[in-house]
Design a binder for this molecule. Structure first.
Ligand code: ATP
Ligand code: MG
Length: 564
């Protein structure tokens, strides 16, 4: 694992842009794009790319396009297009009127292909996909030229036109660039530009039965849109000579491709193919399951756009691949939520407490601050009465000396209320503790005592009669291995799924102010973490809260170790 701090200051992409601005390559223009393929929902890795592309445009007073790279009709769907638009908007970025589709350029791309054929730089090949693979050679061996490589320009033009007309079956022919079968770079060994695919496209329907390959299409899309800096992930570094070759042959506007390291996170898979499997095979409830690394999943979990943007800022961009600790993402999230979350009291696993010396019908409304980090958040009133709930885990019948919570004869402070002392433990027939009888010190209201005696533990609680019954969902990592792709022989990443990644508590009790809980607001349940209303399953009759993240910050510990 690398220290992501290191990459923050050295944004090598800005250095390249600064250089271009100095030497006038793009007349000082900065125009980027985010080019998702609409074959799945966006994930946190895409967020890194979105923040980078839109962020650079903002910083250099430039522009950033949103472009759907919809060149493969088989896997692409409108649902994905809609979700991508929603997610980028939610992250807070704006492409204004520059929403584009690669499929809008199909006609232009076709014309460019004809131009290459006419220049003797492309040919129609009848070899099968398997034969093409065999002819390509390896890193050690040069490739062999296809027997169809020497077709005349006229024959190529005729065949390519007929490919478009639909005269040939899928896979019968392809259009290839005529470059160099001996190139040490395999991408330059006559790459395929077009394939035949009789498939319905979400936007162009059955208008086309030939579709451009990524390497051919992408540079053209960038060029047509006047993109100056085409930022992509590292695996395309070896494709850059091809990107440049196509644009040079056509002699059209030539953007600069720049590669950066993709984001990998521990305990997560990020490839859309794997995320799709999790959805389709029912390991999660959908693309927006709060355990998914998708933007919609993180949003439903309670992540804020600001937290994701700050995370992207914090990890920076680097030129070599690494894996970022999930704990860093959670650390940044806590920093953001700590400033804005409203503090409330919710007892996750309730244990009944009767305060025997408190008047039965009395209710006191005690004042509580909403956020000690933010005075403007104000205060609210919470009810206190004779019967309350405390956390079951805050009581132990046999407690060690340093147990600062409830136990027989031990005294604790109730947050915002009084000191109580446990006097009696009531059990059911099975011997389980079902109730505590306590007494309170009437003079200890607000956390003070007359004799100045010290009490170490402070517990959260709710008044039983006033509490809101609610479901609470607690989450853990979706995988129990840092690298879920590390598997035993014959198994796949699903064998590393964490069976305990979701825990549902159906009998939690919240203070009554949460009856008015709002979507998209973060709450800190005292001592339990940050929570939000579940945007899909929650209703006034059946409130559901998701735990966004616990309070324990394991990244802070890692940082301390790194500092040593
Ligand atoms: P996946 O591997 O998840 O399917 P992809 O690269 O096929 O991703 P695209 O829709 O083509 O998905 O990606 C759109 C943009 O997002 C591309 O520019 C790609 O480089 C970038 N991107 C994808 N995954 C990551 C990642 N993990 N980190 C940073 N950028 C990413
Ligand atoms: Mg891709």
């Amino acid at each position: 694992m690398t220290d992501p701090e290191q990459s923050v200051s050295s944004n090598f992409i800005k250095a390249i842009i600064d250089e271009h601005n100095k030497n006038g390559r793009f007349q000082g223009r900065v125009h980027t794009r985010f080019p998702p393929e609409p074959n799945g929902y966006l994930h946190i890795g895409h967020a890194k790319s979105i923040c980078l592309n839109f962020g650079l445009a903002e910083e250099y007073n430039g522009k950033c396009n949103l472009r759907f790279d919809d060149t493969n009709p088989v896997k692409e769907e409108q649902e994905y297009i809609d979700s991508i638009i929603e997610d980028i908007r939610w992250l807070g970025f704006d492409w204004q009127d520059r929403l584009f589709y690669a499929s809008d350029y199909f006609e232009q791309m076709y014309a460019y292909a004809v131009q290459l054929i006419q220049a003797g730089k492309a040919y129609v090949d009848d070899l099968s996909a398997e034969e093409i693979r065999r002819y390509r050679g390896t890193l050690k061996e040069p490739g062999r030229e296809s027997p169809y490589r020497q077709r005349s320009v006229e024959e190529n033009l005729d065949l390519f036109r007929r490919m478009r007309k639909g005269e040939f079956a899928d896979g019968a022919k392809v259009l290839r660039a005529k470059i160099d079968m001996h190139s040490p770079n395999l991408n330059m060994r006559d790459p395929v530009m077009y394939r035949i695919l009789h498939a319905e496209h979400p936007r162009t329907a059955d208008q086309w039965c030939i579709y451009p390959m990524y390497d051919w299409a992408h540079g053209l899309e960038d060029s047509i849109e006047g993109i100056t800096h085409s930022i992509c992930t590292l695996e395309f570094e070896d494709h850059r000579p091809l990107y440049d070759w196509f644009l040079d042959q056509l002699n059209v506007f030539h953007p600069q491709q720049i590669e950066f390291a993709r984001l990998n996170l521990t305990y997560t898979v990020m490839s859309k193919r794997k995320l799709l499997r999790l959805v389709e095979e029912g390991y999660v409830s959908g693309w927006d399951d709060p355990r998914m690394p998708t933007i919609s999943g993180l949003r439903r979990r309670g992540y804020t756009a600001r937290a994701i943007r700050q995370f992207a800022e914090r990890i920076g961009v680097a030129k070599s691949n690494s894996t970022v600790d999930f704990a860093l993402l959670e650390h940044v999230l806590r920093e953001v939520l700590n400033k804005q979350a409203l503090r409330v009291m919710v007892v996750l696993k309730p244990l009944k407490v009767v305060i025997t010396n408190y008047p039965q019908d009395k209710v006191e409304w005690l004042e509580a601050v909403n956020n000690p980090e933010d005075e403007s958040a104000g205060t609210r009133k919470i009810p206190f009465s004779q019967v309350i709930y405390v956390e079951r885990d805050d009581f132990r019948e046999e407690a060690p000396r340093k147990w600062f919570r409830l136990a027989p004869d031990r005294e604790v402070r109730l947050k915002h209320a009084y000191y109580i002392t446990c006097r009696e433990v009531i059990k059911n027939e099975q011997g389980e503790v079902v109730e505590l009888r306590c007494t309170y010190d009437p003079e200890s209201r607000g956390g003070w005592t007359k004799d100045g005696r010290k009490v170490k533990g402070t517990l959260h609680w709710v008044s039983a009669a006033h509490a809101l019954k609610t479901e609470v969902r607690l989450y853990d990592h979706l995988f129990n291995k840092e690298n879920p792709d590390e598997v035993e022989e014959g198994k796949d990443f699903t064998s590393n799924l964490n069976p305990d990644s979701l825990q549902v508590l159906s009998d939690s009790r919240a203070e009554p102010s949460l009856k008015e809980a709002k979507m998209d607001v973060s709450y800190q349940f005292l001592r339990q973490g940050y929570f939000c209303v579940d945007s899909k399953d929650s209703s006034p009759e059946h409130p559901v809260f998701n735990r966004t993240v616990t309070l324990r910050d394991s990244w802070a510990r890692i940082e301390r170790t790194l500092a040593k």
